[in-house]
Every structure is written in C-alpha cells, then in structure tokens.
Design a protein around this ligand. Structure first.
Ligand code: PLP
Length: 349
C-alpha cells in the first residue's frame, strides 16, 4: 500500500547563513552590505501611498527595467526580474536545463546549484577547481547540458577574466551558459555586453550585495530576448507576481543612484584590501578576492575552532565543513570598524 510519505518529494535543501535576531553582533556571514542602501530608497518608501498595496504589482515592471536597461545598455525585453537572484537562478535551471547530458559547475561554488539540480532531477557534474582554487576554462568545452559559473566565484572570491568567460560561452553554442554575477561589482567586468554577441549566455545579478538591498529580494537576468521570453513563460506558469510593488520602486531608486553605488563599492574594496594585509600580518593566506568577502586560511590555526571562538565574541563568519575547504573561513567585508574588531579578536585568539 502506498503511504502519504511515499507521495512526498524528498529534497536536501540549501542551508543559508544564520540571520541572528540580536543587534549586538558583527555579522560577516552572508555577504550583505555593511552600509545602508541609497538615501533615494528611503525617499521613495516615505512617499509611497500605502493604499496602493491593495493592488497587484505591475507585471511589466517598466520603471525598474528601464533603470537597468540604461545601466547595462540593454533593451528592456532583454531583462528578466525575480524575487532575489536565487529565484531567478532557480527559474533559469528549470527553463534552460532540460537535457539528458550533465550540467557542469565547479566542485567548490555556490551550493544552491546542486540543490536545484537535485530538486528538478537535472543530471550534473562537479568539475574540480585547480590546486589554487581557479576554474579551468577548458574543462567546460566538452559536451554538456549547460554550464553555470559564479563570477567572481563563491566562496573563493576569485574572478575569471571576460575573455575566458567568452571562450566558455563560444565553445558551448548548443547549450546555455549561466554567469552568476552576484559579486561582479567588487572588482570584475560584467559579461552583460556578451548578450548581444551570443544567444546562449544568461547573466544573473542581484540587488542584495553591492546595492545593499538583501531585504527587498530583487534579482535579474540579462539575455537574448528569446531566452527572456522562455523564462517569462516558465515564471508565468508558476507565479505571475513575483516582484512586489515596494521592491520594484525601491530597486529602481537604488539602480538610478550610481554615484552612491560606486562609493559603497569603493569603500568595500579598500576595506577588503586593508583586511587582507592585516590578516597577512597575522599569518593568514587569503585567496585573491574580487568580491565583498574573503576566503582565508592560517596553517597554524584550526578554522573551525577560530570560527567558534569568533562566534563567542559575537562575530559571525562562515565556515563550510566540506572537503578541500575545511581549513578556510569566508569573511564578509564589513565597515572598517567591524574589520578592526575582527582582526583585534583574532589577535587575542
Ligand atoms: C553566488 C551567489 N549567487 C546568488 C546568490 C543569491 O542572492 P540573492 O537571492 O539575495 O539575490 C548568492 C547569495 O549569497 C550568492 O552567493
């Protein structure tokens, strides 16, 4: 006899970094921005008429799409919006990876990729990074059901140049290559321009990191119009109103304030370089980072023990108990004061 248990989908979920309730914590574990979002976001929230919340949000999202189209020199119909880039990526996997061949991504990368493959039953293959944790582009030139590259990669922070990304895209004209650019604004060059040259690339970005809006959940994909239409069709078979009205206007205000955005990124980059130098003085080896986090190790200190010590000091960083990286900590770049508190705590340890 079939029980209800047998009818339930079984899946291993992604486990996000902890979101503690207390305020007295230095939170360096989920790569959020340490600065508030653009002051323009506060203005649009204050001016928003709450009565409008009775209406469903716009499906076209013209305001936000036009701000992004101006920013990246693409057309509005080359943009797809979602409730965080996690939702955009989840819909991309569902839309673009429908082959018997394996989807390829690095063995050390954003761990949500495995979860979506398992959820949808997509075959996949993890390709090992080389000994210095770099992606070897040639490994992605063979037959496959799709490719996913986080660039810069997470949790390593290592960036792959645009020429190498283009080589991967051009070697895979018969499958879709997703470039997850969650951290691109902290030192890389976006592959967005390639969407006019190749119809098999999808570039995914987010408002959660460089635009300091993790709380409103807005992400987007840029690609050839036919790929965007396919994504829209899948989304509209699932939930038409993914992006709420407030998120749309707040994200639009942030996207239009390029001056504030640039300043935030510059501050984070300079604090990152300061932190890497301080940690080097304390005997740490840090991978070259083009992200708003660093991935660091110290051959004289057990990473898990240090992670636990910092937790007791109310400083939360990220530890992954996984092969190859179990002696590393991923540390988000906070304000200069937060990073001073971090290095002082490590010195005490
Ligand atoms: C590589 C990568 N991609 C995507 C995301 C998802 O970001 P969000 O859903 O907040 O846009 C994250 C979040 O940490 C990430 O690290």
């Amino acid at each position: 006899m079939e029980l209800w248990r047998d009818k339930i989908r079984k899946t291993e979920p992604y486990i996000p970094g902890e979101q503690p309730e207390g305020r007295n914590i230095i939170k360096l574990n989920t790569n959020e921005c340490p600065y508030p979002p653009s002051p323009m976001t506060e203005r649009v929230i204050r001016e928003y008429s709450c009565g409008d919340l009775r209406l469903y949000p716009s499906i076209l999202c013209r305001g936000l799409k036009s701000a992004l189209a101006d920013t990246y020199s693409v057309e509005e119909n080359e943009i797809f919006l979602g409730n965080g880039s996690d939702e955009v990526l989840a819909l991309c996997f569902m839309t673009f990876f429908n082959s018997d061949k394996a989807v390829l991504f690095p063995d050390i990368t954003y761990s949500f990729y495995d979860v979506w493959c398992q959820l949808y039953g997509i075959p996949f293959k993890r390709i090992p990074l080389d000994d210095s944790f770099r992606i070897v582009k040639e490994d992605y030139f063979g037959e496959n059901g799709g490719v996913v590259i986080a660039n810069p990669n997470a949790p390593t922070g290592i960036y792959m140049g645009l020429e190498s990304i283009e080589e991967i895209v051009s070697a895979n004209r018969d499958s879709i290559v997703i470039i997850d650019e969650a951290y691109i604004d902290f030192g890389g060059i976006s592959a967005a321009e390639l969407i006019h040259k190749y119809d098999n690339i999808v570039v995914v970005q987010t408002f959660s990191k460089s635009r300091a809006l993790a709380g409103i959940r807005v992400g987007y994909a840029m690609a050839d119009k036919r790929l965007i239409d396919a994504l829209e069709a899948v989304k509209n078979s699932f939930n038409s109103y993914t992006l709420n009205s407030l998120s749309q206007i707040v994200a639009e205000a942030a996207a239009r304030d390029t001056q504030y955005f640039r300043k935030c990124c510059e501050n984070i980059i300079s604090t990152r370089e300061w932190t890497i130098a301080e940690l080097e003085r304390l005997g740490f080896d840090t991978l070259p980072s083009s992200a708003n986090f660093i991935f660091t190790t110290n051959k004289n200190i057990d990473a898990k023990a240090l992670f636990e010590y910092l937790r007791e000091q109310n400083i939360i960083v990220r530890y992954f108990n996984k092969p190859r990286i179990e002696q590393y900590l991923r540390i988000t770049i906070g304000t200069k004061e937060q990073m001073e508190a971090l290095t002082a705590a490590i010195r005490r340890y």
